[in-house]
Design a protein around this ligand. Sequence first.
Ligand SMILES: NC(=O)c1ccc[n+]([C@@H]2O[C@H](COP(=O)([O-])OP(=O)(O)OC[C@H]3O[C@@H](n4cnc5c(N)ncnc54)[C@H](OP(=O)(O)O)[C@@H]3O)[C@@H](O)[C@H]2O)c1
Length: 233
Amino acid sequence: MKIGIFGTGVVGQTHAERLTELGKEVMIGTRNVQESLTRHQPDNFKRPGFGEWHKKNNKVRLGTYFETAAFGEIIILATNGSGTIPALQLAGKEGLSGKVIIDISNPLDFSKGFPPSLFVCNTDSLGEQIQREFPETLVVKCLNTMNAFVQVNPAVVPGDHSVFLGGNDAGAKLKTRAFLHVYGWNDKNIIDVGDITASRGLEQILPLWVRLMSVFKTPMFNFHVAGAPTQTI
Ligand SMILES: NC(=O)c1ccc[n+]([C@@H]2O[C@H](COP(=O)([O-])OP(=O)(O)OC[C@H]3O[C@@H](n4cnc5c(N)ncnc54)[C@H](OP(=O)(O)O)[C@@H]3O)[C@@H](O)[C@H]2O)c1
């Protein structure tokens, strides 16, 4: 399975590393390949710059968003929320047509500092904006409600905990489920919350997630819906 990941940040890197470990072929997409390879300064979380990361993970291909869209059978969106639609526009509608797009991005607005607010909410969401702007794609909102390290390896949080998915296409949600299984998610913990308008709730949970992270002083936790009935797949 070939996976295209939009995003050179911690989320893109974490998925690329884990998928490569699991034997998948991966390409990361960025606006400017050469520029991203010259990033050597540590980021805000003191992680090495993308150029340093890529030296250690050189099995991961690097391309433009356009090339990454063409490469991936599944596309993961791990772009800054404000850059998600611009990144897809750079990829172009043709290369994205018919593809399953797993949208992990969150519409976080840090313009007034921390904690962030949401730049779209209540009656709309980033997931819906993407699906409206690219009607020929199959968008599934998923994994945005937890830290990247938990996304790719649920076992790092003990016990049962939940991952949600929402999207308009049943086949795309099945493919997303299969993708989650690769990371070790069990069906009993995968909760289908309906069509793409479910993105509203999945994105609006972020202010609570951010608050919990401040209280716990760690991002290594997740939500668990206790007593959730088993869903028919
Ligand atoms: N951190 C987590 O554990 C976590 C958990 C759940 C969800 N999320 C969400 O996952 C997403 C990625 O987070 P992150 O911290 O890894 O990275 P990030 O710093 O939020 O985003 C980095 C990526 O966004 C791209 N980008 C930014 N502005 C753009 C624009 N105008 N046009 C095109 N691309 C643009 C950058 O492209 P270039 O490479 O070209 O610079 C880069 O690849 C975010 O939406 C975040 O809210 C994060």
